[in-house]
Ligand binder design. Structure first.
Ligand code: NDP
Ligand code: 13P
Length: 320
């Protein structure tokens, strides 16, 4: 397949590397002045991987969009709308847009596929999401993982899974786009909580977090019209090792550094998604105690100790 991967940061570059490796015709695109793009263009490598000669590197958005039958996007979620404004200037007829990003738009509470849908004619252009566990540091070493591709369009997701599947990534066909997107976005939020526990020296409490967080995420998925079981799938619980426990996780590191009073400058999608999910839960009347406390710590200057106290002093209840 002719694929253009737009966004060449940590994950976008890994996707370009992976899709080339399994035999696709890949272009890696980025913003002309972005340091990540300049490094890849000039040196054909970054902190994670090296590009073989077969990957074309370009900052020409018109060319990148027009050449491809599949356009993969992997940038920061809160910039997707702005980026789609540029992408939608070109003819997207017959193309599939695959979102490799995890978040909810903060200003609207929309899932990312909903944001993209505002810019396309859904009869002519298809949208899918590709999420689940995986870090470039593991993939480039040949360590396999399982991921999930979901879409409202049955044929599109089946085709993408068939084309993208390999011995390195076993793909599953998602059956719940709403749950897949909310679950993927919410795991970054829970990743920040896990980092805070690590920062406090409360790593042993991450088991409790791992058991309780999917319950409230499942409740949100359900009221949003999705299948609550998705919270226990690859998009959410299946991504906990890579986020709650991994030394590579940016969201986990953000939480840990915050507790230690240190600034973390890499992209932690969970920060703005905490705000988005907090607002969504309020609007939909869903109880999300962990998300609420994290929101107060991140956006209302609440200290971590009273936030944990508030969780522990809640009325006792049945586990399920
Ligand atoms: N297993 C998985 O599915 C994984 C998923 N992810 C997801 O991938 C997404 C990207 O994360 P990651 O690669 O770590 O982030 P990075 O910060 O490494 O890369 C993001 C890239 O997007 C670019 N970008 C930002 N804004 C725009 C814009 N308006 N138009 C075009 N490009 C833009 C950035 O350029 P600039 O530097 O100029 O801002 C940067 O090159 C996130 O949503 C993250 O959750 C990440 C890792 C693994
Ligand atoms: O999504 C990821 C792993 O699956 C990456 O998580 P971080 O953004 O927290 O590093």
């Amino acid at each position: 397949m002719k694929i253009s991967v737009l966004g060449c940061g940590r994950w976008g570059s890994c996707i370009a590397w992976y899709l080339d490796k399994i035999g696709h015709d890949v272009l890696s695109g980025g913003l002309e002045n972005a340091p990540e793009f300049i490094a890849l263009k000039n040196n054909r490598k970054n902190d994670y991987l090296s590009y073989p000669d077969s990957i074309e590197v370009s900052s020409d958005l018109k060319y990148s969009v027009e050449r491809a039958e599949v356009i993969v996007i992997s940038i920061s979620c809160q910039h997707l709308r702005e980026y789609m404004t540029d992408i939608a200037k070109y003819d997207l007829t017959g193309k599939t847009i695959v979102l490799c990003m995890k978040g909810i738009e903060e200003t609207t509470g929309e899932r990312l596929s909903e944001v993209v849908s505002e810019f396309i004619d859904k009869d002519k252009t298809k949208v899918a999401v590709w999420v689940g566990p995986g870090h470039p540091q593991d993939y480039v070493r040949g360590i396999p993982n399982c991921m999930v591709i979901d879409s409202e369009d049955e044929e599109v997701k089946k085709k993408l899974v068939k084309e993208f599947n390999s011995e390195l990534i076993r793909f599953y066909i998602g059956t719940d786009l709403i749950g897949t997107e909310i679950g993927a976005a919410a795991k970054n939020v829970i990743g920040i909580c896990a980092g805070m526990l690590d920062g406090l020296g409360y790593t042993s409490l991450k088991g409790g977090l791992m058991a309780r967080a999917p319950r409230e995420v499942a409740a949100l998925i359900k009221v949003m019209g999705g299948n609550e079981m998705s919270a226990y799938g690859l998009c959410h619980l299946g991504d906990y090792e890579a986020t709650l426990f991994s030394k590579w996780s940016h969201n986990r590191m953000y939480g840990e550094q915050l507790i230690k009073g240190q600034k973390y400058d890499k992209l932690a999608e969970g920060v703005m998604t905490t705000k988005a999910i907090y607002k969504l839960a309020k609007k939909m009347g869903v109880e999300m105690p962990i998300v609420n406390q994290l929101y107060e710590v991140l956006f209302e200057n609440k200290e971590i100790t009273p936030a944990l106290d508030a969780l522990f002093k809640r009325d006792v209840r049945s586990e399920f």
